[in-house]
Design a protein around this ligand. Sequence first.
Ligand SMILES: Nc1nc2c(ncn2[C@@H]2O[C@H](COP(=O)(O)OP(=O)(O)OP(=O)(O)O)[C@@H](O)[C@H]2O)c(=O)[nH]1
Ligand SMILES: [Mg+2]
Length: 309
Amino acid sequence: MGVFSKFKEGFRKSAGAIREVLGSLGGGRLDQASMDDLEEALYASDFGLQTTEQILEQIKEAHRLDKNLRGQEVASIARAQLIDILDGSEGLFEITAQPEVVCLVGVNGSGKTTTCAKLGHRLQQEGRSVLLGACDTFRAAAVEQLRAWSDRLDLELVAGHHGADAAAVAYDAYAAAEGRQRDVLLLDTAGRLHVKGNLMEELAKLRRVLGKRNPEAPHHSWLVVDGSLGSNSLEQARVFHEKFGLTGLVVTKLDGSSKGGSLVAIYRELKLPIHFVGLGEEPEDLLPFSADRYVRSLFVDSADADPLE
Ligand SMILES: Nc1nc2c(ncn2[C@@H]2O[C@H](COP(=O)(O)OP(=O)(O)OP(=O)(O)O)[C@@H](O)[C@H]2O)c(=O)[nH]1
Ligand SMILES: [Mg+2]
């Protein structure tokens, strides 16, 4: 499957309501009923209030000037607004240190461990040497979960025992990655509620301890956020950013959600680049974020045949 197809497939549900409204318009005109439906679909997609209003305002303005506005034109207006808002949102991942350290943080079940495995796999496929650090020593089965992925995908792993100090595991993993001259060190951490101060403090400690080996590490602190949670994910991002100083985002579970707009709300407010998106549970289901593909998947143009990729 081409990358664009994967996006479109992944967003089938997100885009469903919007597409239904625009699709039912077909070559017909935008009337008040379809406008109401579109408004509802946009709100339900969790783009956030400002973005939804911005898109609607533009559509209304265009409709005022042209009473024959068609579904495709409406889609094109929405696309243009989103592309504008998402300007600068595509996160680049450059590897300049050895090892380049990426620390994945987030609330319980957001997809950190899976993302760690998928990303390791992706980088390894690109010819990079990768080491995984299993810093979730909190949950008994966490290390085993990452170990299972590392066996399956042939990724090197450094793990501590259950109950060990997460910062100490990060320190050891760094030492191993440095000693073995690995390109990238990916640190999986325990899920934590952003409202729990002591757990957030554990992350600060992890950073301090890593900093003893390399003051620049971790080079990247990415929030792994479940994109299907709507406005709650914005609140998580705010708090993690404030407490931990994020450098970017990975937005997961965009395949099964009808609320795939929350990444727009997060980017709009925090301006954190989105590095990757999760569109399924398999190793290949992690793709670099492309604003263009994202927007085109949501507001499909009939000219959007899957380009040969
Ligand atoms: N559909 C879908 N499922 C995903 C995606 N990413 C992760 N999952 C699933 O979400 C569930 C939780 O994923 P984990 O990677 O264990 O999440 P975590 O953040 O490590 O969880 P904790 O360590 O408990 O905090 C698993 O069943 C994953 O397969 C995604 O992009 N799409
Ligand atoms: Mg985990």
